[in-house]
Design a protein around this ligand. Sequence first.
Ligand code: AMP
Length: 299
Amino acid sequence: MSILVVGSTALDSIKTPQAANPRLLGGSASHAGVAASYFAPVKLVGIVGEDFPKRYLNLYRRHGIDLEGLQIVPGKTFHWAGEYEVNMNNRRTLRTELGVFENFSPRLSKAHQETPYVLLANIAPALQHHVLDQMRRPTFVIADTMDLWLNIALADLLRLLRRIDAFVLNDSEARLLTKEDNLLAAIRQIHRLGPKYVIVKKGEHGSVLSSPAGLFLAPAFPLRKVVDPTGAGDSFVGGLLGYLASQNGSIDAHLRRAIIHGSAVASFCCEGFGLTRLARITHREIEDRVKHLEALVRF
Ligand code: AMP
C-alpha cells in the first residue's frame, strides 16, 4: 500500500560544534519520504527551485519515490539554516527562506488522490489542509507539526486536528498547545481536539503513544554518537507510517511495532549529516535495531 507525503523539500545548511555543511538535502518530506521508502512505495508532493541539485532528485529516485507531485519551478528552493549547541538537544534556527514554497498550491492527480496512507509532514497547516481536501477517503492520515505553526497558525492547526487519525508532536509542543505541564493531561486534551491516536516524541527519551488501546512507551535507539539530529522526527513518522502501510491491516494491531520501526529508522538519521546515513541503510540493519529495541524493553 502506498503513501502520499506532503511537506517541505529543502536545502539545509547545518552547523554543529564539529562541522558545518551547507545545502544538504533536507525538508520534512525528504526525511519522511526516504524513511518510509524502506517499507512502502512513496509519492512525494513538494516544490523545489531550479537550483535544486540533480543528485538529490536522483537520491529520491534511487528510493523508488514517485516524483510526479514534485514541482520544479523557476526560483530558489526552500532554504533552512540551523545551528546546534554542544548539547545537541538545543538548536537555533538561523534562517528560513521560503523561496518557491511561498506560492505553492499543489494539484493532485487522480492516482495521488486515491493513495490510502497520507503523511502530512511538517509544513504550514493551510497546505496540509489543501492536500487533505483533495484526498478521496484515505485509510489513515497522520500529521506532524512544529512550534512555529502553534505560534502563528493555531486556528488552522486546530481545524486540522479534527480531520486526521493521528497527530505526532514533541513534548514541548504538546505543552505549548495545551498549556498543561503534565504530559498525560496534555495528551488527554489533544485527544479531545480530534485525533484518535496521539504520539508524543521525547527526543533521545523515546516516545509515547496514546490510543483507545491505552498507552505504549517506546524507547529511542541508544546511540553513542549523534552527528546531526535534523530530521529525526520526520524520519520517525516516515518509518512509522511506512511500516503501517506495509502491514495493511488493522492500525491497532500494528501501531506499536510501527513506532518501534520509526525509532529504529530515526536513529540512523542522527548518525550522519542531512540524509547521508538515512539514505544508505539496509533492511537487515533496520531489523537488527528493531530486535535490539525489543530486547531493551522486554522483562
Ligand atoms: P526536525 O529536525 O524533525 O525538526 O526537522 C528538520 C527539517 O525541517 C529540516 O530538514 C528543515 O528543512 C525542515 N524545516 C525547518 N523549518 C521548517 C518550516 N518552517 N517549514 C517546513 N519545514 C521546515
